[in-house]
Design a protein around this ligand. Structure first.
Ligand SMILES: O=P(O)(O)OC[C@@H](O)[C@@H](O)c1c[nH]c2ccccc12
Length: 252
């Protein structure tokens, strides 16, 4: 990946991630099953949705200062199958402490959302799932996937193009996200998922990420083949429980 192709905000996020270093020892997690969480949402008529605790971001105005644990509980009450918690401190208002507090407070699987660039970064926190971004890892994707699984993590591999999706499949990813946001421009286009998703094999669990705001957006992504959705801003803006409920009940 050529760093010059990235939006300046993304470049600075990656530089900061490289400087953050790792944890003391190797973590070993006993994860809550993401596949089971999605299946039980489907079984009781909810759209499987990962709701993201994202106090702020380079594309959000302002910062939400409520206790993330309260927000997380509201998301679960609204029907979220799983949660995502940003642990990136400088650009997203996240922290490892927040992730740990949230995970202790809920019983759904929790995804650690961060820019994990090397094995040491995996040892910073326990989570049920970690995000690996194909675009930033290049040839390190496969070894990072193995390193994450060795520690017990389930892995969501994030892609944005057909070529990245092919790489994720070849690396053996089980959960693949297609990010509708282009990290080079930070622009969102739901047509990204629609164009990338059809190339994925049936065996993969596909997650549509970013830019999903309305019930119509949810239906559009489901029609295009999304097994699950990842939603941040649209849930963080206003009444979190109601927002989550609206999107998880988009089938009615
Ligand atoms: O707030 P949105 O548009 O619903 O997007 C959520 C999530 O997809 C987005 O936060 C995200 C997708 N990939 C990332 C990688 C790092 C940090 C954040 C992200």
């Amino acid at each position: 990946m050529n760093a010059d192709e990235m939006a300046p905000e993304v470049r600075s996020i990656l530089d900061a991630a490289r400087d953050r270093g790792g944890g003391d020892g190797r973590v070993s997690v006993d994860p809550r099953s993401l596949a089971d969480a999605f299946a039980s949402a489907e079984a009781d008529g909810r759209v499987p949705l990962i709701a993201e605790v994202k106090p702020t971001s380079p594309t959000t105005d302002g910062e939400r200062r409520d206790d993330p644990v309260d927000l997380a509980r509201e998301m679960v009450a609204g029907g979220a199958a799983a949660l995502s918690v940003l642990t990136e401190p400088d650009h997203f208002g996240g922290s490892v402490e927040t992730l740990e507090r949230v995970r202790a407070a809920v019983d759904v699987p929790v995804l650690r959302k961060d820019f994990l660039l090397d094995e040491a970064a995996l040892d910073v926190a326990e989570a049920d799932v970690v995000l690996l971004i194909a675009r930033f890892l290049g040839d390190d994707l496969e070894p990072m996937l193995a390193a994450a699984r060795d520690r017990g993590f389930q892995v969501l591999v994030e892609t944005h193009t057909r070529a990245e999706l092919d790489r994720a499949v070849a690396a053996g990813a089980e959960f693949i996200g297609v990010n509708n946001r282009d990290l080079a421009e930070l622009e969102v286009d739901l047509a990204t998922f629609e164009s990338v998703a059809p190339t994925a094999p049936e065996s993969v669990t596909l997650i549509a990420e970013s830019g999903i705001h309305t019930v119509d957006d949810v239906r559009r992504m489901r029609t295009a083949g999304a097994d699950a959705l990842l939603v941040g801003s649209a849930i963080m803006d206003g009444d979190v429980e109601q927002n989550t409920h609206r999107l998880t009940h988009a089938r009615d």
